[in-house]
Write a protein that binds this ligand. Structure first.
Ligand code: ADP
Length: 490
C-alpha cells in the first residue's frame, strides 16, 4: 500500500485527515455534507493540508467523480474473528483538498446512504461504519497525519482505537458533534466486530449506555477535543438531558470544555449574485431579481400569484427534531391567513402525509415537493419571502443562514444555531423572527408578527437588507478549528 509522505514539515503545514460519512457535492443527507465540503477547503486556505476520507456510495453519480481519480491503496480489514472484508481507496484532488473514497462492494455499493429505498435504516449500518473506521485506521497506520478530525457517531470510535491500540505516532483527535440525536446505539454483540474487546463495556463504562453500545459516548470520552457546531447548542448540550439525549453528564465531565464553533456558509455555492441554479441574480443593493425568482418558484410549484400573500419556504429532512408537528393544530388558522407555502423534503411518513394532504386540500396555497432536490432548494431560497424552521433542537442549521443571504426572512425557534444566527426584528434592527416556547401558539405569534412586517414594505425592505448583509463565511470558523489543532500540536 503506498504511503503518502508528509510533503512539508509539521512546522509549515498541518496534515489533517477529515473523516466523514457525507461529503457534498458527492453524497448528502444533511448539513454534515455541506460542512465536509466547505470546512476542509477553508482550512487549506489557512495553510493546512487536508484529506477528506468518505465512502464511495453507489448513489454517487460516477460522472460527477473527478477524472483524475485513481486507486492509491487496497487491502482487507477484519470484522470479528471470521469476517475479512476488502477495500480500495480512490484518490483525487478536488480544488485544494485531497479526497479519498473508500470503495467496498459489500457495504457501500447501494443506492442509499443510511437508508434503503423505503426509508428504513440499513440493517447493517453498525457494521458498515465499523468497517469504514477500520479502513481509516489502516490508512492512519500507513500514513502520517497530525490531526484526525472525526464527525458524529459514525467515526467516533476512531479516538477509542487510537487511545487503546498501539499506533505509532498517533494523530491527535478532534470529534465534532453535528447532531447528538444519533449516537451509534446498538446491541452489545456489535463489539465483537470492532475488535476493541469488552474492557470498556460495563455499566457506566465508556462504550456502555443503558445496556447498549454508544459509540458517540466512547468518542467523547477518548477524543483529545470535542466540539459542536454552535455556541448555543454547546450550552444546551451541557445543560439539558433532553437535548443531549442523556449525554450531558459525559459532556460536563470533559477536561477541556465542549466548544461550540458556528458553521459557516460556502458563499461560492450560496450567493444570489452568482447562483447558477436560479433564473435571476440579485443583491442586497438591488433586489429586483428576487421577484423573477419568486414568479419562477410559484410557477414551478403550480401555485397562483395571490395578491398580498407571503410565500413561505421549507426545505428539510422531515424528522421529529425539525418541529413540524407544531403546524398540525394550526392548519385551519394558517390556511385563512395570506400565506402560501412551498415545501421540499422527505422523511417520516406522518409529515409527508401532512404536507401532501395540505397540498391536496389547499391547491392554491400549498405545494409539496417530496424528495431531495438540490436545484429546487436554491430556487426556494431565492424565490420565497420567508423561511420556516420551527426546530425542537437544531445543532447549527444551515438553511436559515442561506435564507439570510437570499433575503428570505427566517422564522425560527430560538434554539441552538438558530438562536446564534437569527436576530429578532425590533422595528429597525434584526434579521428575522423567532419564538422561544416549543408550542403551536408561540409559532403562530411569530408568523403573525412576520406577516405584519411583510405588509409594511419599507420595514420589510430594511429587514431584507439587514439579513442579506450578514456574513457567516467559513474563514472565521476555520480559524477557530485551526486554533484547536495548533493547541493540540503543542
Ligand atoms: P440537518 O443536517 O439536520 O439536516 P441542516 O440545516 O444543518 O440540517 O442542513 C440541511 C442541509 O440539507 C441543507 O443544505 C439543506 O438545504 C439540505 N436539504 C435538506 N433537505 C433537502 C431536500 N429535500 N432537498 C434538497 N436539499 C435538502
Amino acid at each position: 500500500m503506498p504511503r503518502k509522505p508528509p510533503s512539508k514539515s509539521p512546522e509549515t503545514s498541518l496534515q489533517i485527515l477529515f473523516c466523514t460519512t457525507e461529503s457534498a457535492p458527492f453524497s448528502k443527507v444533511g448539513g454534515l455534507a455541506d460542512v465536509s465540503q466547505a470546512l476542509p477547503a477553508a482550512l487549506t486556505g489557512l495553510g493546512a493540508e487536508v484529506t477528506v476520507i468518505t465512502p464511495l456510495y453507489g448513489s454517487i453519480n460516477r460522472r460527477d467523480l473527478p477524472d483524475s481519480l485513481k486507486i492509491i491503496a487496497q487491502g482487507t480489514v477484519s470484522l470479528g474473528e471470521y469476517r475479512e472484508r476488502s477495500f480500495k481507496i480512490l484518490s483525487a484532488a478536488v480544488g485544494s483538498v485531497t479526497i479519498w473514497f473508500v470503495e467496498s462492494a459489500e457495504y457501500f455499493a447501494r443506492s442509499g446512504i443510511y437508508e434503503d429505498e423505503h426509508g428504513f435504516p440499513f440493517w447493517d449500518n453498525g457494521e458498515r461504519y465499523i468497517f469504514f473506521q477500520k479502513v481509516i485506521l489502516a490508512m492512519v497506520r500507513r500514513t502520517h497525519f497530525h490531526i484526525l478530525h472525526v464527525n458524529d457517531h459514525h467515526t467516533a470510535l476512531l479516538p477509542v482505537y487510537l487511545k487503546t491500540e498501539a499506533v505509532k505516532n498517533p494523530p491527535k483527535t478532534v470529534l465534532t458533534i453535528h447532531n447528538i440525536g444519533y449516537q451509534g446505539r446498538y446491541s452489545p454483540d456489535i463489539l465483537n466486530l470492532t475488535g476493541l474487546g469488552w474492557a470498556a463495556f460495563y455499566p457506566g463504562g465508556p462504550l456502555e449506555f443503558h445496556g447498549q453500545t454508544n459509540f458517540l459516548k466512547g468518542g467523547i470520552i477518548h477524543a483529545d477535543r470535542v466540539t459542536t457546531v454552535s455556541p448555543s447548542y454547546a450550552s444546551e448540550l451541557l445543560a439539558s438531558p433532553e437535548i443531549s439525549f442523556g449525554l450531558d453528564g459525559v459532556l460536563r465531565s470533559l477536561k477541556m470544555p465542549l466548544q461550540g464553533i458556528l458553521n459557516g456558509v460556502d458563499y461560492q455555492v450560496w450567493s444570489p449574485e452568482q447562483d447558477p441554479l436560479i433564473p435571476a441574480h440579485f443583491s442586497a443593493e438591488n433586489t429586483a431579481g428576487k421577484q423573477t425568482n419568486r414568479a419562477a418558484l410559484l410557477a414551478r410549484s403550480g401555485l397562483p400569484d395571490l395578491p398580498g400573500h407571503a410565500l413561505v419556504g421549507i426545505i428539510s429532512r422531515l424528522v421529529d427534531s425539525k418541529g413540524f408537528e407544531l403546524l398540525i393544530p394550526l392548519e385551519e388558522e394558517l390556511m385563512t391567513m395570506p400565506l402560501q407555502w412551498t415545501i421540499l423534503g422527505s422523511g417520516e411518513t406522518r409529515f409527508e402525509d401532512l404536507f401532501r394532504q395540505w397540498a391536496e386540500r389547499y391547491p392554491e396555497k400549498v405545494a409539496y415537493h417530496q424528495g431531495y432536490d438540490a436545484a429546487l432548494s436554491h430556487l426556494i431560497e431565492a424565490g420565497a419571502d420567508m423561511f420556516l424552521m420551527p426546530s425542537k433542537y437544531e445543532a447549527c442549521g444551515l438553511n436559515q443562514i442561506y435564507s439570510l443571504r437570499y433575503g428570505t426572512i427566517p422564522i425560527v425557534r430560538q434554539t441552538g444555531g438558530l438562536a446564534d444566527t437569527v436576530q429578532a426584528w425590533n422595528g429597525a434592527c434584526g434579521t428575522g423572527f423567532n419564538f422561544q416556547f416549543y408550542s403551536p401558539f408561540a409559532l403562530l405569534q411569530a408568523i403573525n408578527q412576520a406577516l405584519q412586517v411583510f405588509r409594511d414594505k419599507p420595514a420589510w425592505h430594511t429587514l431584507m437588507h439587514n439579513a442579506m448583509s450578514q456574513d457567516f463565511s467559513w474563514e472565521r470558523s476555520a480559524r477557530a478549528y485551526m486554533e484547536i489543532y495548533q493547541e493540540l500540536m503543542k
